[in-house]
Design a protein around this ligand. Structure first.
Ligand code: ZN
Length: 380
């Protein structure tokens, strides 16, 4: 076991807890689901950055009194506590490895699904089908705007036999994957589904979900992380629904498509791709999505309100970022090799070696009494 492991895991868990609690507080005050979604994404990003900083950079040592250090060192130096931390270390490594394997398996399944997928010419489908002319006057404009966005974002639309629910995916080129049954939907409903997936892509949800999965791997033992993941998934769906629909006619089409897709499915839940999330077996999520769509007054222009909430969200993400920088100061001195002689810890050996390679020499050792006395002898 690495001697710094107890210090890293305890300190990062405390930092992660503060970020999640602050994010939750800010999300409760968010103006709408789009703002809430962005705040959760920012929270996950901050946790990953704090983790990287904790593992790769030196940290502040604010708690440096000798009595406190000796007390904290006892928590890791006794044989029984060393055995405890060794068990904790290997348990963490084992579970994290299983989660990483699951993530890689999901990536592989996804690339196989896409390899055998069939492209869909959705624009032709929409314009040539006899029932494409509908009573809704907004349908033509939303169809045109959706196809323009598909072109702008260079989105590929495909169907796959193994696909049970619509979802989107982005590594290089963004892809929307539809079950074959969805391509047979009436145009308004087909476009409602496509618009929802397009909204996920526009909001950067595939990347946000990937970051969330990384946080879950690093902090799998933390109950707040899983609660945050559930809340973030909910806000992603609400934000996509809100972005995808611009009128009550579009909402009606979307709700009809939801009902058509709301059939029992025995498909395994996806680990990575964000989708329509209808098969989450979470009735409250579907209920909240319907409630949100029905509670919005679509006849009112939303531009002014959106710009106000946009500036509020920017302010809140900045607050979250500043708070995260301050949280780097919380570092519990549980490293038995640490001393209180310097304000900063040594550089971790991996980063120090890398910097050495590019010509920067940094301190990667503790300023302990032994080295100091050696230095005095050398000077004599
Ligand atoms: Zn979705």
């Amino acid at each position: 076991m690495m001697p710094a492991f107890p210090e890293i895991v305890v300190s990062l868990t405390i930092q992660c807890t503060f970020v999640l609690l602050l994010t939750r507080c800010l999300v409760r005050r968010a103006a709408n689901s789009i703002a809430a979604d962005r705040l959760w994404s920012c929270g996950h990003l901050m946790i990953l950055l704090l983790s990287l900083a904790g593992v790769l950079l030196p940290h502040l040592r604010l708690f440096r009194s000798e009595s406190l250090l000796s007390l904290c060192h006892q928590a890791t130096m006794f044989p029984i506590s060393q055995t405890f931390w060794t068990i904790v270390f290997w348990t963490w490594v084992s579970v994290a490895s299983v989660l990483i394997v699951n993530l890689l398996r999901s990536l592989t399944q996804m690339s196989l699904t896409l390899r055998h997928a069939t492209p869909v010419l959705i624009r032709q489908t929409a314009t040539t089908r006899p029932d494409s002319v509908c009573a809704d006057i907004g349908s033509t404009s939303f169809r045109e705007s959706s196809t323009a966005e598909l072109d702008t974002l260079n989105v590929r639309i495909v169907t796959a036999d193994s696909c049970f629910t619509p979802f989107c995916w982005q590594l290089h080129q963004p892809v929307i994957v539809l079950p074959v049954s969805v391509t047979q939907f009436p145009d308004e409903e087909l476009f409602a589904v496509v618009r929802h997936e397009l909204a996920h892509l526009k909001l950067g949800h595939p990347m946000m979900l990937f970051l969330q999965r990384l946080v879950e791997i690093g902090f799998w033992f933390h109950p707040l992380v899983w609660r945050a993941s559930k809340a973030a998934s909910m806000q992603r769906e609400l934000a996509a629904d809100r972005t995808a629909n611009g009128s009550s006619a579009e909402v009606a089409g979307f709700l009809r498509s939801l009902m058509r897709l709301s059939v029992p499915s025995f498909a395994r839940p996806h680990i990575l791709p964000v989708g329509l999330n209808l098969f989450a077996r979470d009735v409250s999520m579907v209920q909240r999505r319907v409630d949100q769509l029905l509670s919005i007054d679509w006849s009112r222009p939303h531009c002014e309100k959106n710009s106000q909430s946009e500036s509020e969200t920017r302010g809140r993400t900045r607050l979250l970022a500043v708070a995260s920088v301050m949280l780097t100061a919380i570092w519990i001195p549980l490293n038995s090799e640490a001393t209180g002689r310097a304000l900063f810890s040594p550089w971790p050996s991996s980063t120090a070696t890398l910097l050495q390679e590019v010509g920067f020499s940094v301190r990667d050792y503790e300023l302990d009494s032994h080295r100091v006395s050696e230095q005095f002898h050398a000077e004599d």
